[in-house]
Ligand binder design. Structure first.
Ligand SMILES: Nc1nc2c(ncn2[C@@H]2O[C@H](COP(=O)(O)OP(=O)(O)OP(=O)(O)O)[C@@H](O)[C@H]2O)c(=O)[nH]1
Ligand SMILES: [Mg+2]
Length: 467
């Protein structure tokens, strides 16, 4: 019954009656030493809480099949490992809904406490978003730190963000998460610090509690962060407007984390975007200019990977980035065909696309990793998504068909022209090729004769050469 990954002894304990399940096996464990928590600022302490050490996972299985519950806990394990934790064990409890007081039922919480002791874990990671009260109550029972899925994902994002905008967005999301969960330095929620005392308390009004001061400081920081993000967004909006003005169609790669979006970007454009077998490898998306087989230019944007129950704080904070998806002319929805439950991932991705206002954007489902996907899964997906394209970013299979498909789906310029462009105005011919659709072309004595569909603006510029 016990599985071993190399030299890491691991036990499987499952809390619950006969219908409880055995959690799936995780591989590739690594240990990243925890950071010191000897920090003065409460905000920093809370932000570091997920740089986990030795963790036990706990989930509540409310609906769906055993396989779905297993897949959910396996994903939580992968998330925890991505954050730098060593996963010691994972348990799920079958319940109608999470316990309002302690997330898992109180009896099971006591069993969880035993498991924590046995394994020597110092953190429990729960597979959901817990209310501030649930976090506190469960911590009181298990006597170690309790972290929820939301905080875990926020922490991964915090570790991975590199651009100024990405960092600011993550910081804002973390603050938003923290605001209702501030507990001050001490364990007690109601600890009163009064108006007196030294040091940093000078800014505190009379009678204001420590927690109120922290909240006020946090709100101030958040307001400033929002303004900063707004400024950064402005410059990106300008770039986007520029692209719009030039009528370069935009295509966005969207999909579950680790589906192969960056690999496809590289395949389609010859870029060298960062590819990694890890969750949330891409946080700072790239936009590349490329062209269809017929030579029409378009931009292809990589995006942040999605995940089930993407914390709403992150959706809010990354809204400006995600708008790239909502405002695209076409979404390539990349699906990992080798995943055990790609349907759930498709659903999760569509939910996020809808949330950022992209539901109306034309979508092509791209089933990736066909080289390693089970044929039965591919068949099932193609039956459910009739317009889907099957590809392998790794082997290159299906990429030509995908290119052709993008060409078909791009918005078509709708002004038909027939012009004779003198050879001295060759740049206009080049523009017809890169932004329009050429129907016929002939090189004559006086210039290039072209019949094409182009955007109204270009048609106006070409008016003088009309024949
Ligand atoms: N076998 C196989 N592996 C692939 C294929 N495409 C991508 N991968 C692998 O899948 C992993 C994730 O690929 P990425 O391109 O980084 O995925 P992503 O969607 O950009 O992931 P995030 O940025 O983390 O959301 C990497 O290990 C890739 O090598 C494929 O067609 N076949
Ligand atoms: Mg990526």
């Amino acid at each position: 019954m016990t599985n071993h990954t190399s030299d890491t002894p691991r036990t499987r304990t499952v809390i619950g009656p006969a219908d409880a399940i055995d959690a799936t096996e995780e591989t590739g464990l690594r240990h990243v030493a925890g950071l010191s928590t000897d920090l003065r600022d409460v905000v920093e302490v809370e932000q570091r809480q997920v740089r986990l050490e030795r963790v036990v996972l706990a989930g509540v299985w409310t609906s769906g099949t055993v396989a779905e519950a297993e897949s959910s806990l396996a994903e939580l394990a992968a998330l925890a490992e991505t954050a730098g934790a060593l996963v010691l064990d994972g348990v799920v409890q079958r319940r109608d809904k999470p316990d309002p007081a302690t997330y898992i039922g109180s009896g099971k919480a006591a069993e969880l406490r035993d498991l924590v002791e046995q394994t020597g874990a110092d953190t429990v990671v729960c597979d959901g978003e817990l209310s501030p009260a649930q976090l506190v109550r469960l911590e009181e029972v298990v006597k170690v730190k309790v972290v929820d899925r939301t905080a875990l994902i926020l922490d991964i994002f915090a570790q991975r963000a590199t651009s100024r905008e990405g960092k600011a967005q993550v910081a804002l999301a973390q603050m938003q998460y923290m605001l209702p969960r501030l507990r001050g330095w001490g364990a007690s929620l109601s600890r009163q610090m009064g108006g007196g005392g030294g040091g940093g308390m000078a800014t505190r009004g009379p009678g204001e509690t420590k927690i109120e001061t922290d909240r006020r400081r946090l709100r101030d920081k958040m307001a400033k962060m929002r303004r900063d993000i707004e400024d950064m967004k402005t410059s990106r909006d300008l770039k986007r407007q520029e692209r719009r003005r030039n009528k370069v169609p935009s295509v966005a790669l969207a999909g579950y984390t680790n589906a192969g979006k960056s690999s496809l970007l590289n395949r389609l454009t010859g870029a060298d975007a960062h590819v990694q077998n890890a969750l949330f490898a891409t946080l700072d998306p790239t936009v590349r200019r490329t062209e269809t087989p017929a030579g029409r230019a378009y931009t292809l944007a990589d995006t942040v990977g999605f995940v089930r129950h993407l914390p709403h704080q992150l959706v809010d904070a990354f809204r400006s980035t995600l708008e790239e998806v909502a405002e695209a002319d076409l979404i390539l929805h990349v699906v990992d065909g080798s995943h055990p439950d790609p349907e759930a991932q498709i659903e999760a991705v569509r939910a996020v696309i809808g949330e950022v206002g992209g539901a109306g954007v034309p979508e092509v489902v791209v089933i990736n990793k066909a080289d390693v996907a089970a044929p039965a899964t591919l068949e099932r997906l193609l039956a459910a998504e009739p317009g889907a394209v099957t590809v392998s970013a790794r082997s290159g299979d299906g990429i030509d068909a995908l290119r052709a498909r993008v060409e078909e789906e791009l918005p078509h310029p709708d002004t038909e022209i027939e012009v004779l462009v003198p050879y001295t105005a060759g740049h206009l011919v080049a523009r017809i090729h890169s932004s329009g659709e050429v129907l016929a072309e002939a090189h004559e004595e006086d210039g290039t004769r072209i019949k094409a569909n182009v955007e109204a603006r270009l048609a106006a510029e070409l008016a003088e050469y009309a024949v």
